[in-house]
Design a protein around this ligand. Sequence first.
Ligand code: ADP
Ligand code: ADP
Ligand code: MG
Length: 448
Amino acid sequence: MFKKILIANRGEIALRIIRACKELGISTVAVHSEADAESLHVRFADEAICIGPAAGSESYLNPIRIIAAAEISGAEAIHPGYGFLAENADFSDMCASSGIKFIGPNAHMIRSMGNKAQAKDLMKKAGVPVVPGSEGVLDTLDEGKALVEEIGFPVMLKAVSGGGGRGMRIVNTMDEFEINFQMAQAEAQGAFGDASLYLEKYISNPRHVEIQIIADQHGNTVYLGERECSIQRRHQKLLEEAPSVVVSKDLRRKMGEIAVKGAQEVGYEGAGTIEFLLDDQGNFYFMEMNTRIQVEHPVTEMAYNRDLLKDQIRVAFGEKLDYSQKDVHLLGHAIECRINAEDWQRNFMPNPGEIVSFHIPGGPGIRVDTHAYQRYHIPPFYDSLVAKLIAFGKDREEALSRLNRALDEFIIEGIKTTIPFHKLLINRPEFIEGKFDTGFLDRINLSE
Ligand code: ADP
Ligand code: ADP
Ligand code: MG
């Protein structure tokens, strides 16, 4: 096994990786910005190296500084977490040429899947159903117009290099098409440094259902069921659960087997997620693949009693998966709330600052992944996730009752958080009945 791993990330996911490493007997190197000197990932790692000022480009997004830190500390591998450099093909390449194992796929795979238009093409060729739309990148406005004549409105223009719920525009009529095309290109260029767009049929009121897979280097790939991620605000996930109330055993097997086939056809290695849109007829369409560990991985860990981080590190080292598909059993139900430092009543405006009092819930079935503590200052420079609260129960009802009381026990004072929002959400009749889709949150008014 690896002896030393450097964690190229911060916040709760850095801590999650450190925990997995400790359990595997691997020593850890944290890197941090000047703004994160007091962060828990720095305290709990065996070694810590300050790599620069607060700005991402000077620290967590700076490949040269991170590789230098790995070389100085003698780390054999780098775990990128999610966000930052996790899906950066050049970084994966730089690790490889420095003789450091990047815990994730190789640069070629990241490039193929990171280009969302190309990823769709590859999956289509592998026999995976995809959302109808352009074949690859949309080169010109006229090409786009001709295509919508064929597939009909509404359509979605999406940035080929997009992510994080950004870089998407819904278009309803031909009159709006040209202006939206130009604005989408400009936005994509600004946000992702790549103006290329692709086009898809806009599926109305779908569910976002994604399949977790893990593949070793010996040809074994398994799926660990689905995660329901339809509770979204502006295409960003706020709450996730496993399993989905609308996915039957048969559908799970079907989606799982197709996800595994897609991953195997492209020679995928490591932990990955295949995201699908599911319509109310039970049709599902590939949307994109995330070639990394995801924010919401704990619901799968709880529902299946597996440790995805340890599995991910083991397969990166070259070990065989120590279980196969027949050993994967759904044991109950898990729900995760993303607790953000945001004022949900003011448009989810970020609300960084000092946490003056902090109490973490506990008791049966409760897990909290957080880097926060009493007197911790949430810096304004990074994303606003403060904690993930995950509740497990033998069924959805028990998970929900535990989540409800854990939200009451969770005390964070000094900053505004999304705890009150989650409390309202999970007590809405539609949520309790499982009747929601990706447009649900944007349609309702929770404060009523
Ligand atoms: P998940 O798919 O794991 O739920 P998200 O899509 O919410 O993850 O993104 C995970 C993290 O990565 C978030 O912090 C998000 O802001 C960031 N992220 C994802 N893709 C990009 C991107 N292309 N550019 C910038 N940030 C991104
Ligand atoms: P990102 O890379 O930002 O995660 P995705 O392609 O995964 O982007 O899409 C994010 C969300 O946007 C989905 O979960 C879904 O709610 C919505 N979405 C994306 N494509 C479509 C589509 N063709 N029809 C309807 N909704 C879509
Ligand atoms: Mg996505």
